[in-house]
Design a binder for this molecule. Structure first.
Ligand code: NI
Length: 196
């Protein structure tokens, strides 16, 4: 089922999400719906808070980024088959050289900005079968995970911008939170839905 994507301005996007257990009701369908919703919106990742659930779950299919102009040969190799479910993820380390990459977010349409993050991460998580994995990721794979991981920590990429950049996009963000934005997928706006 394609779900509406929660837009910037909804407090669920600012909340630290909670871990889930194996018997979380409807988990399999939820994951299926998240894939559908993500592909429909042409995203490479989607975190549960973006569909209104404050739980530590995100899905990633990085294959479209294999063709990104910034993708290194190693990125291309890794991203081609980079499709994963991450449950109860926990960032163990973030290190390596900082690198800058232009990020966007399905919850924040029409805003894309350069964000600087470390290039190598180690992550502990459960896969969709609840098997624990500890894995190292680098390059664009790490970058997509860092962005989605931030979502389950209640952090958005716009929080990471310089004070000047934040001031420059404030008007646009306010508009998004009031539903004054076009997207080719269905969104849910906090202030709008409250008025109804
Ligand atoms: Ni996002």
């Amino acid at each position: 089922m394609i779900l509406p994507i929660i837009a910037y301005g909804d407090p669920v996007l600012k909340r630290k999400a909670l871990p889930i257990s194996k018997d979380y009701e409807g988990l399999e369908q939820l994951i299926e719906s998240m894939w559908e919703t993500m592909y429909h919106a042409h995203g490479v990742g989607l975190a549960a808070p973006q569909i209104g659930k404050s739980i530590r779950l995100f899905v990633i299919d990085g294959s479209p980024f294999a063709d990104d102009e910034d993708a290194t040969p190693n990125d291309q190799l890794v991203l081609k088959s980079f499709k994963k479910v991450f449950i109860n993820a926990e960032m163990l380390t973030e290190e390596g050289d900082d690198f800058s990459f232009t990020e966007g977010c399905l919850s924040i349409p029409d805003i894309r900005e350069d964000v600087t993050r470390p290039s190598v991460i180690r992550l502990r998580y459960l896969d969709e079968h609840f098997n624990e994995q500890v894995e190292e990721f680098s390059g664009l794979a790490a970058r997509i995970i860092q962005h989605e991981y931030d979502h389950i920590e209640g952090v958005l990429f716009t929080d990471k911008l310089s004070p000047l950049k934040k001031r420059l996009i404030k008007g646009k963000l306010d508009k998004i939170s009031r539903g004054m934005v076009e997207s080719d997928y269905r969104m849910k706006f906090f202030t709008k839905s409250k008025k109804r």
